[in-house]
Design a protein around this ligand. Structure first.
Ligand SMILES: *[C@@H]1O[C@H](CO)[C@@H](O)[C@H](O)[C@H]1NC(C)=O
Length: 279
């Protein structure tokens, strides 16, 4: 996932904080690879990124800090091997990263939604859920909320994952400014049934659609994040320091029903559970 890093230096200067409304994607994002596979519609309010055997594609925003979401519709038909990622990445060697990864599947079988986190270059924190709707039929909302206290992954405003700031017990926590990226690429070495189920290129091009390019990020100017924990940003307000009781209830309910994998429960990989899993 790191091959595009050189390209992101081309980004123009842009203050994300100034824009909270429905922004044409070309104001907020640049193409990072697969130029010929990125198409925008509707005055830039909707974007299609696609993949065929020659290339995938992706877009990326300028760096920011805070909360992001996007509406996404996934490729229908057979999408085995195809990975659509919507993620934050710090663009550094010791990367911080917060990932949504949609793992395609044979037609009629459900997509898996994998989430993962990297702190200072260390990842291996995968969780997976099955979605409770058909993500290829309509647009749904996918959101990452990131403040000093917790990182929450939401699907249609339902929290499916929480990563608390456990620095007090020695667990790393993402601190670096990150840019938002949305990409489609061939992951058939691992994505579907652990890599056993391959991409069938007769279904190419695979097309993913994005809308609603709102970024509630804190703009980073000269690597300065001093103001980014300000209460002026909604995601820093006290009520977002932990899940509310109603959110916690939803979280518990959806985890019971839809979680299919959690690295915290994987005793083979982690005979001793990682610190953040037991806190
Ligand atoms: C790919 O899909 C086509 C159309 O369904 C099918 O005929 C073909 O056998 C598939 N190829 C592989 C390698 O599974």
């Amino acid at each position: 996932m790191y091959f595009y890093i050189k390209l992101v230096c081309l980004f123009g200067l842009f203050l994300l904080g100034a824009l909270a409304k429905d922004i044409p994607y070309d104001v907020n994002y640049n193409i990072i690879f697969g130029n010929q596979h990125v198409v925008s519609f509707n005055q830039g309010r909707e974007l299609q990124i696609s993949m065929d055997q020659s290339s995938g594609s992706g877009i990326g925003s300028k760096e920011n800090y805070g909360s992001v979401h996007m509406k996404i519709k996934l490729p229908n038909r057979d999408s085995a091997g195809v990975v659509i990622a919507f993620y934050l990445h710090s663009n550094t060697n010791n990367n911080d990263e917060i990932d949504f990864e949609f793992l395609g599947n044979r037609e009629g079988k459900p997509y898996s939604l994998q989430t993962n986190m990297f702190v200072n270059g260390g990842g291996n924190r995968e969780q997976r859920v099955h979605l409770w709707f058909d993500p290829t039929a309509e647009f749904h909302n996918y959101k990452i909320m990131w403040n000093e206290h917790q990182i929450v992954f939401y699907v249609d405003n339902i929290p499916i994952r929480v990563f608390k700031n456990n620095e007090n017990i020695g667990v790393g926590y993402p601190k670096q400014p990150m840019q938002l990226l949305a990409t489609i690429w061939d992951g058939d070495g691992w994505a579907t049934d652990g890599g056993l189920t391959k991409t069938n290129w007769s279904f190419a091009p695979f097309k993913a659609y994005f809308q609603d390019f709102k970024i509630g990020g804190c703009p980073i100017i000269n690597s300065n994040t001093n103001n980014c924990n300000s209460q002026g940003y909604w995601w820093n307000q006290r009520k977002y320091w932990r899940l509310s009781s109603s959110q916690r209830k939803l979280y518990d309910e959806y985890r019971v029903n839809y979680k299919t994998y959690d690295y915290c429960d994987d005793m083979i990989r982690y005979p001793t559970p990682p610190l953040e899993c037991v806190s």
